[in-house]
Design a protein around this ligand. Structure first.
Ligand SMILES: C[S@@+](CC[C@H](N)C(=O)[O-])C[C@H]1O[C@@H](n2cnc3c(N)ncnc32)[C@H](O)[C@@H]1O
Length: 285
């Protein structure tokens, strides 16, 4: 994989998504970020690094927890996301929140700078997350904790999509995706270390962590209707799929998804219980 090219594709997608990211009335990243911070459990006065902070779904929850005597630092590769998070910090008057543009795969800080490292739905965008884990371990003080989320990958689901959608996406569309974004490449990249809990635990231990906990929980993804869900899906990782579809295919898929989602929701809002993997671990004291 050409990592530079891959990262610039990801940066561009999230730069373009930043203005509407998590702003369309679909609840997913915010409840997930809140739950992640509960699991990471930062204490008042502590220092937190949030990798791939986006607009701050977990960053600002961590900031509430550590309080003004603590410090929360969010890093993200997409400058437009960082700008949005910075604006939000200003609006909230949260002076103990700092955000910087930085590649989360190579965080550039002195050793033992943080008590907690978090990453919500962000490590999956690193070309080689297992190689970044020992770097996070080195950034933590003795007894420090890491906590991150990912989708729950299984053999038969297309990464990022609830199973119901797999059958709605024609095989030939997937074959047209750039090599790094085809299901087989995604599976190699993510499933190889995230799918099997034994492999995942071993990867964490090799990186220097102990007390590894892996818990799969459902986050109740809520959207007013199918159309809003599809609009929302353009503002997050799925944008990387949408942007490679020709106009006609794009309209077809939008129609199929909207119809199916509206059928699922019936009269009320859409509830899609979405499995999320919460991984947490600590550094020996
Ligand atoms: C799905 S969003 C999650 C954002 C936020 N954590 C949340 O839960 O809303 C993924 C984020 O990871 C960021 N990202 C992707 N690759 C990255 C990298 N190499 N370094 C830092 N951030 C990265 C993206 O720019 C994006 O903001």
């Amino acid at each position: 994989m050409d990592k530079t090219k891959y990262k610039s594709t990801v940066t561009e997608a999230f730069n373009n998504a930043a203005a509407t990211y998590d702003q369309l009335g679909v609840e997913f990243f915010t409840p997930m970020g809140r739950r992640l911070v509960e699991r990471a459990d930062p204490r008042p006065g502590q220092r937190v690094l949030d990798v791939g902070c986006g607009r701050g779904a977990s960053l600002f929850v961590a900031a509430e927890r550590v309080g003004p005597s603590g410090h929360v630092l969010g890093i993200d590769i997409a400058p437009a996301m960082v700008e949005e998070a910075r604006r939000q910090a200003g609006t909230l008057g949260a002076r103990h929140v700092e955000v910087r543009v930085m590649d989360g795969e190579h965080p550039d800080f002195p050793p033992a700078s943080f008590d907690v490292v978090t990453g919500s739905y962000s490590l999956i965008f690193l070309p080689d997350a297992p190689a970044a884990l020992p770097r996070y371990a080195a950034l933590l003080r003795p007894g420090g904790r890491i906590a991150f989320t990912s989708p729950v990958f299984t053999e038969d689901t297309f990464p990022f999509l609830p199973p119901v959608f797999t059958e709605l996406i024609p095989e030939r569309l997937l074959r047209n995706l750039p090599a790094d974004w085809r299901p087989d490449a995604l599976k190699r990249r993510f499933n190889s270390w995230l799918q099997d809990t034994g492999d995942l635990t071993r990867t964490m231990v090799r990186a220097g962590f102990e007390d590894v906990e892996i818990a799969d929980e459902h986050i109740d993804l809520r959207a007013p209707d199918g159309e809003t869900w599809v609009d929302w899906s353009h503002t997050q990782g799925m944008r990387l799929l949408w942007q490679h579809l020709p106009e006609y295919e794009n309209r077809q898929l939008r129609h199929r998804l909207t119809t199916e989602l509206d059928r699922l929701r019936g009269e009320g809002p859409l509830h899609l219980p979405t499995p999320v993997r919460f991984v947490s671990a600590s550094i020996p004291n």
